[in-house]
Design a binder for this molecule. Structure first.
Ligand code: GDP
Ligand code: MG
Length: 303
């Protein structure tokens, strides 16, 4: 299924989308008047896109509509979609690096946002592309976390390295890199525990992991993906800001888009953090992961 269809389906699954839906502004369209622009701005805010963004985009849209004398709902919608798509920083293609011998993808984010699940989905995706994948069960906080990752490793038919409960996550990642080299893997995907309430600890842990990767795989291509739960809305944005202070986040994965009508949070995160959204999660199953496309996204939330 194409991104567009899947996003559309995912956002319409929920019942509470009437107020936040952007397309609603066009359903009631009677002309490009103040009422229309005010309604649109309100809907953008309700969709979690952020008040500043809403004000700016509506202002820009007003200008465009005025200067080009646009009148029809469809042409105005097209311009709005362009403005929304332009809010997203260009994402590098998720595995840019076929010329690297090894790619390392580190997952960070608070507990429960969907890190382990997304790793499982991504492992399956890479495996289906013929890549050899090694998983690192770097969430050593609870044994159940590694068990959960192991189930995904079985599903994707890929390797996994796990450590002792309460053990050193950096050591697990060290072992996983060694195993990946020994077995000629293309990708190592590293899980971590997300204990933001213990910030200095978490920071130290992430720094140590970073040092290990730099030392053990200096030539590898690297990504740090921050996972955010779309349902948490503005709080997700706060988390993202905290995490980007502690680690060099290269991309965002927005999970549980199937659980919210507030697609605007995707805009707020990309816009306010300047970090590209790389993947979107649309369910709990292996196939519920799609590569993000800004233009398709903008069209989907307006359809
Ligand atoms: N509906 C839905 N649920 C998801 C999605 N991604 C993860 N989950 C669920 O969210 C819960 C927490 O996921 P988990 O991967 O354990 O989060 P972690 O603590 O960050 O590793 C699990 O019940 C997952 O099945 C998604 O895209 N959509
Ligand atoms: Mg987990």
């Amino acid at each position: 299924m194409k991104f567009f269809e899947k996003i559309k389906q995912s956002l319409t699954k929920t019942r509470d989308n009437a107020a936040a839906s952007l397309r609603g502004a066009f359903d009631a369209f009677t002309g490009a008047n103040d009422e229309f622009f005010d309604d649109l701005e309100e809907r953008l805010i309700l969709s979690d896109a952020g008040a500043d963004f809403a004000a700016r985009v509506v202002e820009e849209l007003r200008e465009i509509v005025k200067s080009r004398g646009l009148r029809g709902a469809e042409e105005i919608k097209t311009e709005l979609a362009k403005l929304i798509a332009a809010a997203f920083p260009e994402a590098p293609s998720p595995l840019t690096a076929d010329h690297y011998s090894l790619s390392i993808v580190l997952f960070v984010g608070v507990n429960g946002v969907g890190k382990t699940t997304t790793i499982g989905k991504l492992a399956a995706k890479y495996a289906a592309e013929g890549k050899r994948v090694m998983l690192a069960a770097g969430d050593t906080f609870r044994a159940a976390a590694a068990d959960q990752l192991e189930i995904w490793a079985e599903r994707a038919n890929c390797g996994i390295v796990r450590g002792k409960e309460g053990g050193d996550p950096a050591a697990v990642i060290y072992d996983a890199i060694a195993a990946a080299k020994a077995r000629n893997c293309d990708v190592v995907i590293c899980d971590t525990a997300g204990r933001l309430h213990n910030k200095s600890n978490l920071m130290r842990e992430l720094e140590k992991i970073d040092r290990v990767i730099t030392r053990e795989a200096p030539d590898a291509s690297r990504q740090t993906l921050l996972v955010i739960d779309a349902v948490t809305g503005q709080n997700g944005l706060f988390q993202a800001k905290e995490f980007s202070k502690t680690s060099a986040v290269t991309g965002v994965v927005l999970t549980k888009l199937d659980g919210t009508a507030k697609g605007g949070i995707v805009i707020a995160i990309a816009e306010q953090l300047g970090i590209p959204v790389v993947y979107v999660g649309t369910g709990e199953k292996q196939e519920d992961l799609i590569e993000f496309d800004a233009e398709d996204f903008a069209n989907a939330i307006l359809e």
